[in-house]
Design a protein around this ligand. Structure first.
Ligand code: URP
Ligand code: ZN
Ligand code: ZN
Length: 469
C-alpha cells in the first residue's frame, strides 16, 4: 500500500519546503519536488502543512486516581489524540503498592489490547521499592522497551515516594539507561497546607491552588535536579507551571547538566482565576500543579522559545465534571486532579504560539513531536519526516478556523478546558504508519490498529527496522 502526498508545505524541526512525500510499506520512502511515482492513493496537500505526527510524552488513560478512574480509556483517548494530530504517546503505567513491575505492565498492556488506534509506549511510575527484588526488576525494564521511570514527589498517601525511593531509582536509571521523570512538588508541605485549609473551613476549588504555592514546585524541582546530579542520571521534569521551577531547570541546563523540562498546553491559557468560577465550575481546572498567576505564562513562552523547556505535553488526565469532579463538592482535596487536553494541543499551540508570533513553525514541531521523540527513545522512527521513518503524518490546514467545544470533541470528558476558543488551523488528515487514520472528520481504522512501541534507551536511537541498524 503506497500513498503520495503531493504539494504540501513539509515542516519538520529543521526543514520547511514545498514538496511531495511518498510513503510505501508504512514508512516514508521518498521526498522531493514533483515526484514521478505512482501510488495506490494520492492526497493533494497544496496549501496545507505536512507535519510529522505529534508525540505526546505525558498522558493518563484508564488510570485509577483520586478515588475514581480517568474517563478516557485507550479507545476514546486515542480517538481524541488522533483528531488532534497525535500519532504516538507515552502513557504512565502505575505500579500498585506491593505490585511487581511485570504485573503493572501486564495490566497496562491489557488496557491497550484491542483498543489502540495510534502507537503508544509506557513510562513506569514507581510507587513501591520496599521489596529489594524490585530494584533488580527495575533495572531490567529498559531491555523491554520501557526506558523511563516516573516518580511522584507529591500526592502524599497515594502515589508519592520518599527521597530514598527517588534517589535509589535515580541510581538504577544511571546504570540501566533510563530517563528519570519527576512530578516535582513538595508533597509533605502541601499535605500540611491542605489540612490547615480544610480545618479552617476553606473547602472551595480555588484552595487547590492556594495550598500548592509555586515555591513548593520550585523546591522539589531543585531537589530533584541536585539528586539526579549526585546519582548521575538524566532528569526530565514534567508539567512545569511557574517561574520557581523554570529557574532551577534553566540553571542546570546553563551548567550543561542532563536536565530537561516540559510544560503543558493548559498552563499557557488557564490561570488561577479560572478556579474561582462559581457553582463549582472551578473544579474543571483542578489539576496539578495548579493553574498559576497569569504572569507565569510569559515565563513559560520564554522558556519554550529558548529551550529551557524542551517539550509541550498535555498531561491528559480526564474526568467527568458531573459525577467525578463533584466527588469534591464539599472538600477540594477530594476533587480528582487532572484535565482533558489530548485533542487540542496542536490547535492551541499553533494558534497561541505560531499564530501570535511567539514561536516558529519549526520550533512548534520540535516541541510537540521531535523533542519528545528524541528524549523518549522514539527518534528517528517517530518525530520527523525522513526516508525510513514511520509514515506518521499530519496534514494541517493552517488557515481553517475552528471553535473548540465539548460538543464535537472525541474525549469522553463532559467539558473542554478551552471551551469557546476560536483558533486558526485544524487537522485534516492523519496517517499512522502509512495508513489513513483520520480523514474528512472521520475515523478510518478499527480499534487494535495501534501498536505498542518498545523504546530505545536514553540517548540511543530507535532506528527504522528497514535501515537495519
Ligand atoms: O492533575 C494532574 N496532573 N493529574 C495527573 C497526574 C499528574 O500529576 O500528572
Ligand atoms: Zn504530575
Ligand atoms: Zn500527569
Amino acid at each position: 500500500m503506497s500513498v503520495l502526498i503531493k504539494g504540501g508545505r513539509v515542516v519538520t524541526a529543521t526543514d520547511d519546503y514545498v514538496g511531495d512525500v511518498f510513503v510505501d510499506g508504512g514508512r516514508i520512502s521518498l521526498l522531493g519536488e514533483a515526484l514521478d511515482v505512482t501510488a495506490d492513493t494520492t492526497i493533494d496537500a497544496s496549501g496545507k502543512l505536512v507535519l510529522p505526527g505529534l508525540v505526546d510524552p505525558h498522558t493518563h488513560l484508564d488510570m485509577p486516581f483520586g478515588g475514581t478512574t480517568t474517563i478516557d480509556d485507550v479507545r476514546s483517548g486515542h480517538e481524541a489524540a488522533a483528531f488532534g494530530g497525535t500519532t504516538c504517546h507515552v502513557d504512565f503505567c502505575i505500579q500498585g503498592k506491593g505490585q511487581t513491575f511485570a504485573d503493572a505492565l501486564a495490566d497496562w498492556h491489557g488496557k491497550r489490547e484491542g483498543k489502540a488506534l495510534i502507537d503508544m509506549g509506557y513510562h513506569i511510575a514507581i510507587t513501591d521499592l520496599s521489596d529489594p527484588e524490585r530494584l533488580e526488576e527495575l533495572a531490567s525494564l529498559p531491555e523491554q522497551g520501557v526506558t523511563s521511570y516516573k516518580l511522584f514527589m507529591a500526592y502524599k498517601g497515594a502515589l508519592m515516594v520518599d527521597d530514598e525511593t527517588l534517589f535509589k531509582s535515580m541510581e538504577v536509571a544511571a546504570a540501566s539507561g533510563a530517563l528519570v521523570m519527576v512530578h516535582a512538588e513538595n508533597g509533605d508541605a502541601i499535605d500540611v497546607l491542605v489540612k490547615q485549609a480544610l480545618a479552617a473551613g476553606n473547602t472551595a476549588p480555588h484552595f487547590h491552588a492556594l495550598t500548592r504555592p509555586p515555591e513548593t514546585e520550585g523546591e522539589a524541582t531543585n531537589r530533584a535536579v541536585q539528586l539526579a546530579r549526585v546519582a548521575g542520571c538524566p532528569l526530565y521534569v514534567v508539567h512545569v507551571s511557574c517561574k520557581e521551577s523554570v529557574e532551577p531547570i534553566a540553571l542546570a541546563r546553563e551548567k550543561g547538566w542532563d536536565v530537561w523540562g516540559e510544560t503543558c498546553t493548559q498552563y499557557f491559557f488557564i490561570d488561577q482565576t479560572f478556579l474561582e468560577r462559581p457553582d463549582f465550575e472551578g473544579a474543571k481546572y483542578v489539576y496539578t500543579p495548579p493553574p498559576r498567576a497569569k504572569d507565569n505564562q510569559d515565563v513559560l513562552w520564554n522558556a519554550v522559545r529558548t529551550d529551557v523547556l524542551s517539550a509541550i505535553s498535555t498531561d491528559h488526565c480526564s474526568f467527568l465534571w458531573d459525577g467525578q469532579k463533584t466527588l469534591g463538592r464539599d472538600d477540594f482535596s477530594l476533587i480528582p486532579n487532572g484535565g482533558p487536553g489530548l485533542e487540542n494541543r496542536l490547535h492551541m499551540i499553533h494558534h497561541l504560539g505560531v499564530g501570535q508570533g511567539r514561536i516558529t513553525l519549526n520550533r512548534m514541531v520540535e516541541l510537540l513531536s521531535t523533542n519528545p521523540a528524541k528524549l523518549f527513545g522514539l527518534y528517528p522512527r517517530k518525530g520527523t519526516i525522513a526516508p525510513g521513518s514511520d509514515a506518521d503524518l499530519v496534514i494541517f490546514d493552517p488557515s481553517k478556523r475552528k471553535t473548540i467545544t465539548v460538543a464535537d470533541q472525541h474525549s469522553k470528558a463532559d467539558y473542554n478546558l478551552y471551551e469557546g476558543t476560536e483558533v486558526t488551523g485544524d487537522v485534516e488528515t492523519v496517517l499512522v504508519r502509512g495508513t489513513v487514520v483520520i480523514d474528512d472528520a472521520e475515523l478510518k481504522v478499527e480499534p487494535g490498529y495501534g501498536q505498542f512501541v518498545a523504546r530505545a534507551k536514553f540517548g540511543e536511537e530507535l532506528r527504522p527496522a528497514a535501515l537495519g541498524v
